[in-house]
Design a binder for this molecule. Structure first.
Ligand code: BG6
Length: 498
């Protein structure tokens, strides 16, 4: 069904996020009948211009970034919902103007007074916007109308700043008005981890330390730092990817079954899982991690300049573009089952996957076969690309001799579902409108994530250039990352295995 009516207010309306993702996502929602007739969009940005001009810009963006053929009637309807307010985000006057605009829109009751404020802005603006909105009374929920605010990662840059941001937001908004977005939760394959685990009876009995040897989570990217040097050089691979995207995957794999499928139950279990990650000392953090930076090279036939020579990157930068960690989850389900995480940029292959490596057969009954000759039992959950899952096990090669070969039972999304081309933001935006926060982050989950990575951040900062490895752009990453697992008698699943 269509979402409830509302005004969708975008701070940072002339920015990249609005053009590339929000508008195409809103179009997709409109095209599938999921937006209410009582819908309006208010763009807020610094630039002083009449609403007509803003509408024309959006029209161009839609032409450029729509994920499907644009139906002129739908596009026209969507653009007819658009108005514009100009002003600085830290100026009271902007919010007074915005208030007048919302009053005007709400006069005829079409939007029922519901308001969704979307901060498509740099993170430094999140708290000030929330504070100004509250001060102007624009987020006060009254007469049954809801008022919600979406912010998107990064939520702070370490534990302390994340706490500070949460404190500031919670001083002016209720937790259930704050929607912290991690776009990984908009991915179908990520949501499906919950279904795999909790809509099937098959996996849960073996989903624990008795049957699982270890878990691997890989998010390998081919993109390099490109033009994002200014942001990336003060951020690095760990902050950019681990406490958010990789921990979404980790918490969905590691969480206990929630008592029911609702936002509080699910998010409590996810936060609990992250909270169980062992707090390591700085010395342990060094031993249990690898960081590296790419040198120049080729990804396919694309030439990549070395990270340090990229625009807006400090020449002697010690920011990592690759991070690998070994984490222990200290609870009854996972004691003794390491979680290995790795992520990097400018690698040879784009691949995000989770490997649940099961324990092998306890003995090799087949005398001619040593344990080493048996293939692994594992479940590979492929997040992207080639979305799907494979369960690997050993099968007998036909013939008079006993010989085995690893084979796979494969499920591929494309064999079952026709995915509508989408931005990945549709579900998240829709969920916020209907008030379902299952796919959004609660304050405790965000803080638990930062708490788990903080020892690594501290240890790396102290070590500076010491212990920083390099890898060639277009390779599989630094060798040190292989050693991290070899020390434990394990190996990463190759990025090239199907
Ligand atoms: C973003 C990071 O949050 O996620 C980027 O800032 C990264 O550095 C991106 O490239 C990865 O997202 P996806 O959806 O392409 O896997």
């Amino acid at each position: 069904p269509a979402a409830p009516p509302c005004s969708f207010v975008i701070f940072g309306a002339s920015g990249d996020l609005t053009r590339r993702l929000l508008l195409p996502a809103l179009y997709n929602l409109a095209a599938t009948g999921l937006l209410s007739e009582g819908f309006s969009i208010v763009g807020v940005a610094r630039h002083d211009q009449p609403p007509e001009e803003f509408r024309l810009q959006l029209q161009d963006s839609l032409k450029e970034f729509a994920t499907q053929a644009v139906d002129p009637e739908t596009a026209q309807w969507l653009l007819s919902c658009v108005t514009y307010v100009s002003g600085d985000f830290d100026n009271d006057e902007t919010y007074a103007k915005l208030g007048r605009e919302l009053d005007r829109i709400e006069q005829n009751g079409r939007t029922k007074g519901n308001r969704l404020f979307y901060c498509a802005t740099p993170p430094a603006a999140f708290a000030p916007i929330a504070q100004h909105l509250a001060k102007a009374g624009l987020t006060r929920e009254e007469n049954g109308a809801w008022r919600r605010v979406i912010i998107e990662k990064p939520f702070g840059t370490d534990l302390e700043s994340a706490r500070e941001l949460n404190r500031k937001l919670l001083a002016v908004l209720k937790e259930d008005q704050i929607f912290r977005m991690d776009h990984y939760l908009g991915k179908e394959t990520v949501q499906n981890i919950l279904i795999l685990r909790f809509a099937n009876g098959l996996f849960e009995p073996v989903w624990n330390r008795n049957h699982i040897d270890h878990v691997q989570i890989t998010v390998a990217e081919t993109v390099d730092v490109g033009t994002r040097g200014k942001f990336y050089d003060v951020t690095g691979a760990l902050r950019d990817m681990v406490p958010n995207h990789l921990f979404q995957l980790l918490s969905l794999v590691a969480m206990e079954p929630p008592s029911r499928f609702d936002a509080n139950a699910v998010r409590s279990e996810k936060a609990e899982a992250l909270d169980s990650i062992r707090q390591v000392t700085e010395k342990e953090a060094i031993a249990m991690s690898v960081r590296a930076q790419y040198r120049g090279g080729y990804v396919g036939d694309r030439e990549i300049t070395s990270y340090r020579k990229s625009p807006d990157v400090m020449p002697g930068s010690t920011t990592e573009t690759f991070a690998a960690l070994k984490l222990e989850v200290d609870n009854w389900r996972w004691a003794g089952v390491p979680f290995y995480l790795r992520t990097g940029k400018a690698l040879n292959k784009r691949r995000s996957e989770i490997v649940i490596k099961f324990k092998n057969a306890p003995v090799s009954m087949f005398r001619n076969l040593s344990m080493d000759e048996l293939g692994d039992n594992d479940l590979v959950i492929r997040i992207q690309p080639d979305e799907g899952m494979v369960l690997h096990f050993n099968a007998k090669v036909p013939g008079p001799e006993i010989q085995t070969v690893p084979v796979g039972m494969t499920f591929q999304y494309k064999d079952y579902f026709e995915a509508a081309p989408a931005t990945g933001y549709e579900t998240l935006i829709y969920d916020c409108m209907v008030g379902d926060a299952i796919l959004y982050q609660r304050a405790d989950g965000v803080e638990a994530g930062w708490r788990a990575v903080q020892p690594f951040l501290d240890a790396w900062e102290k070590a500076g250039p010491m212990g920083m490895h390099t890898y060639e752009a277009g390779s599989d990453g630094p060798e040190a990352s292989e050693h991290l697992l070899e020390k434990d008698g394990r190996t990463w699943r190759s990025l090239y295995n199907g």
